[in-house]
Ligand binder design. Structure first.
Ligand code: ASP
Length: 413
């Protein structure tokens, strides 16, 4: 009953935000202060309060999750299964994207856009080598405090994995003390998340109203075919592919969807998997009934590596840009783009517009015009809301699938 009332509150908030955002735009205000700015500030405070929790939450979830594993074997098998499920869901998402972009061929409807492309994008062009070494240096930073304060999730994950893994190899007594400490830390942070989530309808209203006020419907109509290809692909992935996967493993997709809806709304409104992490953990553990041992390993890792929605977006965007420039790509090129989308998506940061850097890397790798990224920017934010939702949905799906494969009776059964 309580869960449903939150769902309704958020739906009403989204509905009102669309109306209010449209009416106010970026200029209408009160006492000289545009409403847009008020929404922006309050929305950012909501995102901040979620992001504030994510660093200690990732660390305590991973350390307490691994710390309670019985040994090396259990860690290895869980790690392998998790990774395989990530690869499978990302690959399925990319296949959906490649099929749709070839059927709809959105680029041929927008070729006039490439002629108007005069202003170069302000996004920094990164070479593949720089990007690759950048990921490695993020993974192994020199200072864990600096990594935590700069929000370097990969560094925190690596440190926490190593810490948790080493913890299971120390003497029983100190191990028990440490484990209790991290478990207590996790329980407290989840409680904090619970409080922050109470403000969700209000936060969602402000974030949505801000997007509607600044982007409007116009941006979609200019790039309608591209928008529909990505949106359609994400819908197929979330409402056909993932449910079929759940069914295949004997789980109920509807029950699962209901259990994780609050996290999906948070993802949709914040456009950030990292900021959504506290909500995702709460839903997967409390509503879907996945054990803390599995949830605390699969979900934080998925937030950084399992970006299925982003991978779909990357390959559709690159193929769209090539089509819009009238560049013919062979099947071989398309397969390469699909593989690159899969690999680069694993390094995409769980922040708004995190995928753009990966798209530029793929364009550069294939010698396609990198400035073509400017074509998709007008609808990037709206599609970011949708792909982040798909990313989080895929994380929750992988978590219940791993739990099921480990013999747990999850609520979705
Ligand atoms: N905003 C996405 C996320 O946080 C990343 C991206 O595709 O830009 O999951």
């Amino acid at each position: 009953m309580k869960k449903n009332s939150m769902l309704w509150k958020v739906l009403v908030a989204i509905f009102l935000a669309v109306i209010v955002g449209n009416l106010t735009g970026t200029t209408v205000g009160i006492f000289g202060l545009p409403f847009y700015q008020i929404f922006d500030t309050i929305g950012e405070l909501f995102v901040n309060s979620l992001t504030l929790l994510s660093v200690p939450l990732i660390a305590s979830a991973i350390i307490s999750g691994i710390g309670q594993m019985s040994g090396q074997q259990s860690f290895k098998s869980l790690g392998l299964k998790t990774f395989l499920f990530y690869i499978m869901t990302i690959a399925l998402a990319v296949v959906v994207g490649v099929i749709l972009v070839n059927v709809i061929h959105p680029g041929s409807f927008h070729q006039e856009l490439t002629q108007t492309l005069t202003s170069p994008t302000n996004i920094q062009i990164t070479s593949q080598k720089e990007a690759f070494t950048g990921v490695l240096f993020k993974l192994i930073p020199t200072n864990i405090i600096a990594a935590a304060s700069s929000g370097n999730m990969l560094g925190i994950i690596f440190f926490s994995l190593l810490f948790g893994f080493s913890m299971i190899h120390i003497e029983k007594e100190p191990h028990g003390i440490l484990l209790n400490f991290w478990k207590g830390m996790l329980a407290t942070l989840l409680r904090m998340t619970h409080f922050v989530m109470k403000a969700m309808p209000f936060g969602v209203f402000c974030l949505m109203a801000k997007v509607v006020a600044s982007q409007g419907i116009q941006s979609i109509s200019n790039l309608a075919y591209f928008f529909l290809t990505v949106f359609g692909g994400l819908v197929v992935f979330c409402f056909v592919v993932l449910p079929l996967l759940l069914r295949f493993f004997g789980l109920n997709p509807i029950t699962h969807l209901k259990a994780v809806t609050p996290a999906l709304f948070t993802a949709f409104s914040t456009s950030s998997s990292a900021a959504t992490l506290p909500a995702t953990i709460e839903c997967v553990e409390k509503n879907a009934g996945v054990s803390n041992r599995i949830c605390s390993f699969v979900v934080p890792l998925g937030t950084s590596m399992n970006m299925a929605g982003s991978a779909l977006y990357e390959c559709v965007a690159v193929l769209f840009i090539a089509q819009a420039y009238g560049i013919d790509l062979t099947i071989g090129h398309q397969i390469l783009i699909a593989v690159l989308s899969l690999i680069t998506s694993m390094g995409v940061a769980g922040i708004p517009s995190g995928s753009l850097v990966a798209i530029i890397i793929i364009l550069n790798t294939l010698g396609l015009p990198a400035e073509g990224i400017a074509l998709i920017l007008p609808v990037d934010r709206l599609l970011d809301m949708c792909r982040t939702t798909a990313n989080v949905f895929s994380d929750t799906t992988c978590a219940v699938l791993v739990a099921k494969s480990e013999g747990e009776t999850v609520l979705t059964s």
